[in-house]
Design a protein around this ligand. Sequence first.
Ligand code: ATP
Length: 254
Amino acid sequence: MSVVPILKAENISKSFGGIQAVSNASIEVPAGSITGLIGPNGAGKTTFFGLLSNFLKPDRGTVIFDDKPIHGKPPHAIAKLGMIRTFQVPRVLSRLSVMDNMLLAAQDQVGERFWSTWFESAKIAQQERENREKARQILASVGLIRMADDFAGSLSGGQRKLLEIARALMSDPKLILLDEPAAGVNPALIEDICGHIQRWNREGLSFLIIEHNMDVIMSLCDRVWVLAEGHNLAEGSPSDIQKDPRVLEAYLGS
Ligand code: ATP
């Protein structure tokens, strides 16, 4: 595994009124890794994700993705560079079909060329056919192709999580930030999701994963970072982290 970080954030802070949600937190995600981010409830993990992807504006700190500073860039620009985040509660569009959710993710590329000549229109039609084929392949690979024409709102919680990740793949990301992929998902589907993550990782995709399910963290992650009360508490291999007294105390204390 390469040790070059695909994502490096330093001294990130964010307060909401009087609440210091994230305080001087840093993280490194090695390219090609599956890196975990854990911590007790309220530790600041989801806020940190928002700050890394600029869905939230940090008060302080720097974020370097793929050798480029990205703090201050809007989330869609960060996504174009190759870093996409998912949400604890998947943000799929319930009243659209599963396929249309997938195609919307690719729409940016088409939309940019909206004011174009007839010749360009032919190219756009070709691009749309290619996007549809790509969406079919991704949906088939995660077992959602049978539901392609169903409303996304009819999917189970776990299937929505899969759809959100599948949709992220439409833009060929280099890194996906996954917020609790196993939360509220039945055990059989958790195993499926983990299998897909490992397969995409073998194909070169890096992941940063927030997860409370320690079995998932232990089975997936190369490295784990621990946040507590908005601070970095520890960093290490999953087995070292699991027996770190500071980590045990933070969890027991919460
Ligand atoms: P969990 O594991 O329970 O999802 P977390 O580690 O993701 O928790 P955050 O959701 O990031 O923690 O919350 C960190 C702290 O910041 C909490 O005290 C939370 O109440 C506070 N917080 C988060 N977002 C806001 C907001 N928009 N306004 C005010 N306080 C907030």
